[in-house]
Design a protein around this ligand. Structure first.
Ligand SMILES: *Cc1c(COP(=O)(O)O)cnc(C)c1O
Length: 392
């Protein structure tokens, strides 16, 4: 057992700061490009709201950057997930598989559909959903009838799985695709944290039938609030745009809507911000990866803790950098959080696991969620803004 060397950890965290006693946030947005110019253009021309050239351009730029055929900009990442679930046919009463270690948005979006989250354990190599454990779990509880998968224990249809690329690190997508094909389950990637991350050379969001991005203020690029749906399926792309724009049938003057749709479109003024941010994204990723490399070096050899590095098949955006305390030191997690936050260095634990939240505690789950519980007990996020890595 290696004793947790708290002074060395604080010194390592301070070594990346611009000044010795600087206060530092977990992830700050950076507006060093054309943000003012594009936002001003929206105000000067009056095109601030739900249509405009920046929405079109932002969608094209996102598709080009991620290598997907279609990107549909929406108001936030949660809305993107909600529509992704509807697009693959999730209905009230279905079950949707998802990691218990994730941000609440994944579980909320499933609930908005009247569906039930079904919690899956994580993989210590990726911090994301473990496809091998999922496969063994399905062998025990699932059966394929016709073209659909059913939970033999609850009788409900298992319609989809929503892996999440945790803190920007991609899950093992090939293994998951194989499980999905075997069990006739639709794959939706929650890529909210992984803009700029690739899996075996392809940008995340390409292997799901549909995927969700977020541009919340703390994400790699921000539109204030915002999100996007990605897909390589032209039909689903068209349907995504339709559903997120009140399902209005295009017409010069008549208001005809052919189903219950959503007012989920991203305003032009937010898209303007997004266009300016995307121009800087390659630079942000370079800086964030340089910061991660520095962290990996300074934490090397410090007792009781290790810096989490990207899985071998991935190139990660290192959205939020991760320290894992040794198991024996997990009890000191909160002490380290107190100490660092007290010094003005913002650090955070992982999210409370979904199966422990009151509204989801009765949901179906794998009998053991031990790896997610292990990660949650000893993970700490450390300052990760691109600015900290610039010029390294
Ligand atoms: C940020 C995030 C979302 C979406 O959040 P919004 O705030 O609605 O944009 C969804 N899932 C995960 C895992 C996230 O981190």
């Amino acid at each position: 057992m290696s004793k947790l060397d708290q002074p060395a950890i604080i010194a390592a965290l301070k070594s990346v700061l611009p000044a010795p006693d600087a206060r530092v946030a977990l992830h700050e947005p950076e507006f060093g490009g054309n943000e003012w110019t594009y936002v001003k253009e929206c105000i000067d021309t009056g095109w601030v709201s739900s249509v405009g050239k920046f929405v079109d351009r932002f969608e094209q730029d996102l598709a080009a950057y991620t290598g997907t055929r279609h990107a549909i900009a929406v108001v936030n990442g949660t809305a993107a997930l909600h529509v992704c679930l509807l697009l693959v046919g999730v209905e009230a009463g279905d079950e949707v598989l998802m990691p218990t270690l994730t941000f609440i948005a994944t579980a909320n979006a499933i609930s908005y559909c009247g569906a039930v989250p079904h919690f899956v354990d994580s993989d210590i190599a990726t911090l994301g959903l473990d496809p091998h454990k999922l496969e063994r779990h399905l062998e025990n509880i699932a059966e394929v009838r016709g073209d659909a998968c059913y939970n033999k224990q609850t009788g409900r249809r298992i319609k989809a799985v929503v892996p999440m690329h945790t803190f920007g690190h991609p899950v093992d997508l090939d293994a998951l695709v194989a499980v999905c094909e075997r069990y006739r389950i639709a794959l939706i990637e929650d890529a909210a944290e992984s803009l700029g991350s690739s899996y075996k050379g392809r940008h995340t969001g390409n292997l799901g039938r549909v995927s969700a991005l977020s541009f919340n203020g703390n994400k790699v690029v921000t539109t204030g609030g915002g999100g996007a749906i990605l897909t390589n399926d032209p039909e689903l792309g068209k349907l995504a745009k339709h559903l997120t724009t009140t399902a209005k049938v295009p017409h010069k003057w008549s208001f005809a809507h052919d189903r219950i749709g959503f007012n989920y479109r991203l305003p032009n003024i937010n898209a303007a911000l997004g266009c300016a941010q995307l121009e800087q994204l390659p630079g942000f990723i370079e800086a964030k990866r340089a910061l991660a490399k520095t962290y990996a070096q300074v934490f090397e050899g410090i007792g009781g803790v290790r810096f989490f590095s990207e899985p071998s098949f991935a190139r990660s955006n290192y959205w939020l950098n991760v320290l894992l305390l040794d198991r024996d030191n997990a009890a000191q997690r909160d002490e380290l959080l107190e100490l660092s936050n007290g010094l003005g260095i913002m650090t955070r634990p992982a999210w409370t696991l979904m199966h422990r939240l009151p509204m989801f505690s009765v949901c179906p789950r794998m009998p053991s969620l031990e790896t997610a519980e292990d990660i949650e007990a000893r993970l700490i996020n450390i300052p990760s803004s691109a600015a900290l890595g610039a010029g390294r």
